[in-house]
Design a binder for this molecule. Structure first.
Ligand SMILES: NC(=O)c1ccc[n+]([C@@H]2O[C@H](COP(=O)([O-])OP(=O)(O)OC[C@H]3O[C@@H](n4cnc5c(N)ncnc54)[C@H](O)[C@@H]3O)[C@@H](O)[C@H]2O)c1
Length: 253
């Protein structure tokens, strides 16, 4: 499936990897539909790209349903979803500040894992009645995990659990949606230079880059968007997680 004249839902499209994806969708003739908590940035990017913005908390059923309905109303249908909304914290199970707060653990699981699933299920329901393309496809879903799903670092118990949950549900959801012609893939990025990382000093970014076997630098958000586009375009990619990480394997800290 290509992006040409297709409406593609992009959660977290107001920043970083999601923003780069929205720009790639628009450059390829598609209509980015940005769902983000950040109204100011999300709205500005959607206007610039001639797409749509919906202030959305991905965890909230009514927010996501309203956004999908709005996109279908404007474009007739949606053909794809790229789940980029997410966040992380660094807290040890037991540390100097005490025991890991259960609320914090729950919050990370809710946004990263439950939020991703919430968008998948509601978008799949909207896409299952689409006309099929020449490959028999009705839609494509791409999720964002992290290499922390496999080699989580000290302090990443909640983040790693949320991201490995996304990796774990990729195959069963692909199997669930196969009969509708909807593919499901996940990307597990290594370390990417996004606003999430932007506040870090340049020396830290360079030090992190040196940990990557090759290329010895942080990933660019456009390189993530490039893989999203390749996944949409290749009908054989389904039910799998792809690491996009320059061969890094994270050390404990
Ligand atoms: N940058 C990296 O190095 C890296 C590495 C591995 C994985 N990731 C993952 O990639 C995804 C995007 O990361 P990024 O670096 O672009 O981060 P970012 O902070 O630049 O962008 C994330 C966006 O998600 C939005 N968001 C957060 N919670 C939300 C919610 N509940 N509902 C709707 N929107 C919400 C934010 O407002 C923000 O615009 C995240 O899931 C992150 O865990 C990033």
């Amino acid at each position: 499936m290509n992006f040409d004249q297709k409406a593609i839902i992009i959660t977290g499209g107001g920043s970083g990897l999601g923003e780069a994806t929205a720009r790639t969708v628009a450059a390829a003739g598609g209509y980015p539909v940005i769902l983000d908590l950040n109204e100011e940035k999300g709205q500005a990017i959607a206007e610039e790209l001639n797409g749509l913005f919906f202030k959305t908390n991905v965890v909230k059923e009514e927010d996501v349903q309203l956004a999908i309905n709005g996109a279908v109303e404007k474009y007739g249908s949606i053909q794809g979803v790229v789940n980029c909304a997410g966040l992380g914290t660094s807290t040890r199970v037991v540390g100097r500040k005490g025991v890991f707060p259960l609320d914090e653990f729950n919050f990370i699981i809710q946004v990263n894992l439950v939020g991703t699933f919430n968008v998948i299920r509601l978008a799949a329901a909207a896409m299952m009645t689409n006309e099929t393309n020449d490959d028999g496809e009705r839609g494509v879903i791409v999720n964002t995990a992290s290499v922390a799903a496999f080699d989580g670092q000290i302090g990443q118990a909640a983040y790693s659990a949320s991201k490995s949950g996304i990796v774990g549900m990729t195959l069963p959801i692909a199997r669930d949606l196969a009969s509708y012609g909807i593919r499901v893939m996940t990307i597990a990025p290594g370390i990417f230079d996004t606003p999430l990382m932007g506040k870090a000093p340049q020396e830290l970014k360079e030090a992190l880059g040196k940990q990557i076997p090759f290329p010895q630098r942080l990933g660019e958000a456009t390189e993530f968007a490039h893989l999203v586009k390749a996944i949409f375009e290749n009908p054989m990619l389904n039910g799998e997680t792809i690491r996009l990480d320059g061969a890094i394997r994270m050390a404990p800290r």
